[in-house]
Design a protein around this ligand. Structure first.
Ligand code: TYM
Length: 326
């Protein structure tokens, strides 16, 4: 059986460099060689978003961004989770074997509560639905950033428990995390995240983009002095775009002194513009072609269902349900 890849992104606002380097760039590489499912995690977004119009807009935004960045809907199955309520059925079978303790240990849940979000059942059960997303397509590898590692481990746990309970049906997935982009820093050096307000969004217009990049926080070492590249957010972000040679060359300038952070920021800005500038229009174009965008998602949903349906039948059968449905 060919290796299968699956991942998703929540439609919770503009995609940023953390999403790109932590996840999407790996999607682009993996789709060349493997069977891939990439989706928009719309149900998950409901745990934090309550405005229907904004949610709809954000869903289209992720779809258009996926396409503009180069996810190929012919090669990969590209869909909206909300078109596959099947995920909820599997989530229930996983819920009944998932201990409360496992979910209580989830960092992401604890962080969200600490930030003042309501401790809803949906937020608590979030990792179970995420496990269902993954296990529904028998995924072997799940490309994500470090912040999602524990969630993928919960999916592993649940797959193993399920198989012990009801027979070897589910594949046990593994997170796929590249060390260099596992935690992409934001403007302030902390993990780049919408909820910290420290993001650099992929498709900002040149002027606001320049403002963001120039606003990256650096220390106050004078221009003439040698600097440590590895502790500098500008260098870390630049490294994500650069070739080995370019990276080495900038590192040398930092260490030699006489190279200001302003210059490094300009070099980073040029890389960002070179990579995402030409895609800005593509994304706009997809956003305008509403019908085409909907067609891509509808076709994706059909293909996702063709994969999820038969597995769900086997699962119903294994747990002792569903004869009448068939
Ligand atoms: P989400 O929407 O928060 O983030 C999407 C992807 O971007 C990665 N990421 C980062 N990686 C490195 N550095 C950062 N600063 C950074 N910020 C975000 C995330 O790790 C993620 O890979 N729960 C998931 C969505 C989801 C999912 C799934 C993922 C739902 N079901 C099934 C994989 C498989 C989430 O909230 O990602």
């Amino acid at each position: 059986m060919p290796m299968r890849v699956l991942s998703g992104i929540q439609p919770s606002g503009a995609l940023h460099l953390g999403n790109y380097f932590g996840a999407i760039r790996q999607f682009l590489d993996l789709q060349r060689d493997y069977e891939c499912h990439f989706f928009i995690a719309s149900y998950h977004a409901l745990t934090t978003q309550r405005d229907p119009a904004t949610l709809r807009e954000n869903i289209r935004d992720v779809a258009a961004s996926y396409l503009a960045l180069g996810l190929d809907p012919e090669r990969s199955v590209l869909f909206d989770q909300a078109d596959l309520p099947e995920h909820h059925e599997l989530a229930w079978y996983l819920s009944v074997i998932c201990s409360v303790g496992l979910l209580q240990r989830a960092h992401s849940y604890k962080d969200k509560i600490a930030r003042g979000l309501e401790a809803s059942h949906g937020l608590f059960a979030y990792p179970v639905l995420m496990a269902a997303d993954i296990l529904m397509y028998n995924a072997d590898r799940v490309p994500v950033g470090q912040d999602q590692k524990q969630h993928v481990e919960i999916a592993r746990d649940l797959a193993i428990r399920f198989n012990n309970e009801w027979g070897e049906i589910l594949r046990v997935p593994e997170p796929y995390i590249l060390p260099r982009s596992a935690v992409v820093p934001g403007l302030d050096g902390a993990k780049m995240s919408k909820s910290y307000g420290n993001t650099i969004d992929l498709f900002l217009e040149p002027k606001p983009m320049r403002k963001r990049v120039m606003g990256i926080i650096t220390d106050s070492t004078p221009v003439e002095d040698p600097k440590d590249p590895d502790s500098c957010t500008v260098f870390i972000l630049y490294s994500l775009f650069a070739t080995d040679e370019e990276r080495e060359s900038m590192a040398r300038r930092y260490r030699d002194g006489g190279y200001g952070y302003g210059e490094a920021k300009k070099a980073l800005l040029a890389k960002i513009e070179e990579t995402f500038g030409p895609l800005r229009e593509k994304r706009q174009d997809w956003l305008k072609r509403t019908d085409d965008l909907e067609d891509v998602l509808a076709r994706g949903a059909e293909r996702a269902r063709a994969c999820a349906g038969p597995l769900l039948e086997r699962i119903r059968d294994a747990v002792g349900l569903g004869a009448r449905v068939r």
